[in-house]
Structure formats: structure tokens, C-alpha cells
Design a protein. Structure first.
Length: 133
């Protein structure tokens, strides 16, 4: 499972980079449901890669839920800083610009701050709700 943990999320990242958000959203949602059980238990072998899935869900979101997506990204950044999972943040920072442009800097920063206050369980629950939206 460990070696394959990068393949589908990597495809999701490529789809995001190509602007194919609907396909990326479906892929990240599927991977999130495989990684996190209904009771929010995270598969320990896949936990290091959870940040990629959470960021993917956020950045593949539809524009009407960009505020929640920005909050999710804030939570991921904080959790990465705390060592919860591996994450290549510069890649995602580039994609964040779409959210910043739509939301404006002030709203982006407010949502980032709200996300930084979230626990891992709250972050996963938010991601699951965005993935289903």
C-alpha cells in the first residue's frame, strides 16, 4: 500500500494542474474514503500521505465552497507544520492562488486562521463534507 499511496493522489495533482477539477475532486474523494473510515479512523500506513488528499479535496472544490476550502488548506498547513503528515507545500501554495484571487486576501487569511485552529478530526470531517459537495 505504501508504494502505491502516491500514484492516485499524484494523478489527482496532475488533473488539478491541468484544470480538470471535477475529475480531480472525484479521485481525491475516492482516495479519502479509502484512507479514512466512517468513524474518522485514519489508515496508519496512509496517514503520512493524508495531507495530499486533504489539500487535493480543498483545491478541487467548487467555487461556491472556496471559503471552506481555504479553511481546510489552513488546517493542512498547520498539521504539516506539526509533523502530522508529509506534504510538499510549495506545490499547493501555487494552486492556492486561485482561492486567494476569488476570495480576496482578507477572507483568505481569516479562513486560514480558522483552519489553523482545527484538530485533525475536524479537518478530516471538513474534507469529507467538501468531497461530498
Amino acid at each position: 500500500a505504501g508504494a502505491l499511496a502516491h500514484v492516485r493522489p499524484g494523478l489527482g495533482q496532475a488533473l488539478l494542474g491541468l484544470g480538470r477539477r471535477d475529475e480531480a475532486r472525484a479521485l481525491f474523494a475516492s482516495e479519502l474514503s479509502r484512507t479514512v473510515s466512517d468513524d474518522l479512523t485514519v489508515d496508519s500506513a496512509l496517514k503520512p500521505h493524508l495531507g495530499v488528499l486533504l489539500s487535493g479535496v480543498a483545491l478541487a472544490s467548487r467555487p461556491e465552497i472556496y471559503p471552506q476550502a481555504a479553511r481546510l488548506r489552513g488546517a493542512v498547513v498547520k498539521l504539516c507544520d506539526e509533523g502530522e503528515f508529509l506534504h510538499h507545500e510549495p506545490f499547493w501554495n501555487t494552486l492556492d492562488q486561485v482561492l486567494i484571487d476569488v476570495l480576496g486576501q482578507e477572507t483568505w487569511q481569516e479562513e486560514q486562521a480558522a483552519g489553523a485552529a482545527m484538530t485533525l478530526d475536524e479537518t478530516v470531517a471538513l474534507a469529507r463534507s467538501l468531497a461530498a459537495a
